[in-house]
Design a protein around this ligand. Structure first.
Ligand code: PMP
Length: 434
């Protein structure tokens, strides 16, 4: 009976949202409630959420819900009036960045933040060219989709976009020694700049996620990003760090993922975890960039910079501090990583294990030497895990990398359940003959 309700909802969804609106799992999940790291379906079944980073401080966190409710009951208004919340939030937010990144503008989505960052960079430099990885996703607006090389055939790339190979220490580049990888990937960035120049196009920016998360949570060759940014800056371009996935202490050691590198961005874009599910995103940038852009282009965004969004944003920062979630990411990372390494010793399918704070990647391969991606197995595993009550997904060029990215309150007890379920799922996959 209840299963029928779910099947009916799937049919109604296809009818009203189209056949191609993305939906997770062979058996879609019909969710009705969330709390902390747990999700509950229509049938009352509990799932451990090891996927969602948007409910950053936990699903439906009471402090965030209360802040939203209180402010929504009192006042919500756009940003052309004075309001304490907005200013205080942006002061608190920018205080977590390097001193040079002291101004911020809010948006409602990560895509809008990247759109604004691109406009800002193009206004400031007078240039058009943007350099990204060759498997990039940064959002869904027209000019951001234009730099989304991951979902676009190379032949469709516009003249304003050039890409370098994903900087991947595990797979590397054919014919290049491991210790020369940073130099070799850097040379590709230089090549992009040179090709732009040959076509009479100047470079406005290099735009990358400092975790290279959609690319597969890569282990970046040491020194690569610093070299790449130096080359772009020499050519007159800026460095835009897309922290939409990577930010807000996800990496544990740092509040912002770019802080792990020896280079400070000119513009940083934020989103997903920022409002714990409330549509809150934005740009943090050098003041000269914000001022010169704003002087030339009136920027207004009706639903951003509101008292409610700011109250929510502040509540997220409160919980991060009050519940020591950054420290939790560091200690839980160690624990999970050890467990994943043990699994790697047991299952040949696991080619590489990577982590950055509360974010883990298991790269699955059919052969440890050839590193042929285990595409079918990755897809099958996330469905087996879902059947067993643990939610994960895949990333990377071939969707052959398991993506484990739970809400930040994920702890060692949750990790034990994850690790046991992973082991049982790999065993089931073996029994199925894959
Ligand atoms: N940047 C990155 C790195 C992302 O992963 C995403 C979303 N997956 C975006 C930007 C776009 O954010 P939004 O969906 O909020 O527009």
């Amino acid at each position: 009976m209840q299963k029928n309700t779910t099947n009916e909802l799937v049919a109604r969804r296809f009818k009203v949202m189209g056949q191609h609106s993305p939906i997770f799992y062979e058996q879609p999940l019909h969710l009705i409630r969330g709390e902390g790291v747990w999700l509950y379906d229509k049938q009352g079944r509990q799932y451990l959420d090891v996927y969602n980073n948007v409910p950053h401080v936990g699903h439906c966190h009471p402090h965030v819900v209360e802040a939203l409710y209180k402010q929504a009951s009192q006042l919500n208004i756009h940003s052309r009036y004075l309001n304490d919340n907005v200013v205080t939030y942006l002061e608190r937010l920018t205080a977590t960045f390097d001193k040079s990144l002291s101004m911020a503008m809010l948006t409602c989505t990560g895509s809008e933040a990247n759109e604004l960052a691109l406009r800002m960079a193009r206004y400031a430099t007078g240039a058009q060219g943007v350099i990204v990885t060759d498997f990039a996703y940064h959002g869904n607006t027209e000019s951001v989709a234009e730099i989304g090389t991951g979902f676009m055939p190379e032949a469709k790339r516009t003249k304003r976009v050039k890409a370098f190979s994903i900087p991947d220490s595990y797979r590397g580049l054919a014919g290049v020694e491991h210790e020369d990888l940073a130099e070799a990937y850097g040379a590709q960035v230089q090549q992009a700049i040179d090709e732009f120049e040959e076509q009479g196009i100047k470079v406005a920016a290099i735009l990358v996620c400092p975790d290279f998360a959609n690319e597969g949570l890569l282990t970046v060759p040491k020194g690569f990003l610093e070299k790449a940014v130096a080359k772009v800056r020499k050519a007159g371009g800026l460095f835009i760090a897309d922290e939409v996935q990577a930010g807000f202490a996800r990496t544990g050691k740092h509040m912002w993922a770019h802080q792990a590198y020896d280079v400070i961005p000119d513009i940083v874009t934020l989103g997903k975890p920022m409002g714990n599910g409330h549509p809150l995103a934005g740009v943090v940038a050098r003041p000269d960039l914000v001022e010169s852009f704003s002087a030339q282009a009136m920027y207004f965004n009706t639903f951003s910079s509101t008292p409610v969004s700011s109250a929510v944003g502040m509540a997220v920062l409160d919980v991060l501090t009050n519940e020591n979630l950054q420290e939790n990411a560091v200690s839980t990372e160690r624990y999970v990583l050890n467990g994943l390494k043990r699994l790697q010793g047991k299952f040949d399918l696991i080619g590489d294990v990577r982590s950055l704070g509360m974010f883990f990647a298991l790269e699955l391969v059919l052969d440890q030497k050839t590193k042929q991606p285990a595409i079918y197995q990755a897809k099958r595993l996330i469905n087996i895990m879902r059947e067993k009550g643990v939610l994960i997904s895949t990333i990377g060029v071939n969707d052959s990398i398991l993506k484990l990215r739970p809400p930040m309150p994920f702890n060692e007890a949750h990790a034990d359940l994850l690790l046991d379920t992973l082991a049982a799922s790999f065993e089931q996959l073996n029994r199925e003959g894959h």
